[in-house]
Design a protein around this ligand. Structure first.
Ligand code: ZN
Length: 204
């Protein structure tokens, strides 16, 4: 990290502020930002008014499989892949930008932000360590988060086959369905110019 020069340090502080605003945990900040633990804690307290929570929650891959969580996780991961593969962002920038877009999209729809930043980051790590994979839905063609090594043939996603209780919790419907379509099928430039078919549902 580039915290050795004044400008480098300003950059790291800016990055830390950005990450804290997104909800990043201290462990994540320590791994990604070139500032001392003490300075990060101080910054965190200044911004949030409280000390950073201790310990990473022990998430399992199962959380990502429940109905609403799967929709949100899949939406986020599709955006993340786009940022990485098409927009050629670094892993950290892809994470920051895709998380922000995911948040925006959930809020546009008046929906809840189900996937918090730590869960989004943990999910990326699960993909990197081959514990999760994307399955293509045999009905809608969308890409959905699934356990690694699950059979991909005849897979039907949670949007095409929602559980009966699903009617109560409203998913960000247009966004979810459209964001999951592979990027090669993208047809509309959204207002941020990322080329994601996210806003074609016409909800603003
Ligand atoms: Zn489907």
């Amino acid at each position: 990290m580039s915290a050795k020069t004044v400008l480098g340090e300003v950059k790291e502080v800016k990055l830390a502020i950005e990450l804290i605003a997104l909800g990043a945990r201290l462990q994540f900040l320590e791994a990604e930002v070139g500032l001392s633990r003490e300075r990060l804690i101080k910054l965190y307290k200044e911004l949030k008014g409280v000390s950073p929570p201790k310990g990473l929650l022990p998430f399992s891959t199962d959380w990502y499989m429940t109905w609403l969580a799967n929709i949100h996780s899949s939406m986020f991961y599709n955006i993340y892949r786009f940022m990485l593969d098409q927009a050629k962002e670094s892993k950290l920038q892809a994470l920051i930008k895709s998380y922000r877009l995911y948040q925006e999209q959930s809020e546009y729809q008046g929906g809840e932000v189900v996937l918090d930043f730590t869960r989004a980051y943990t999910m990326v790590r699960f993909f990197d360590s081959d514990m999760l994979q994307l399955n293509s839905c045999s009905r809608c063609g969308g890409q959905f988060v699934a356990h690694a090594h699950d059979t991909k043939t005849g897979y039907v996603c949670v949007l095409c086959r929602p559980p009966s209780r699903a009617g109560k919790a409203r998913p960000p419907k247009h966004v979810a369905a459209e964001a999951m379509v592979p990027v090669s099928h993208a047809h509309a430039l959204d207002r941020s110019g990322f080329g994601l078919p996210l806003n074609s549902g016409g909800v603003h």
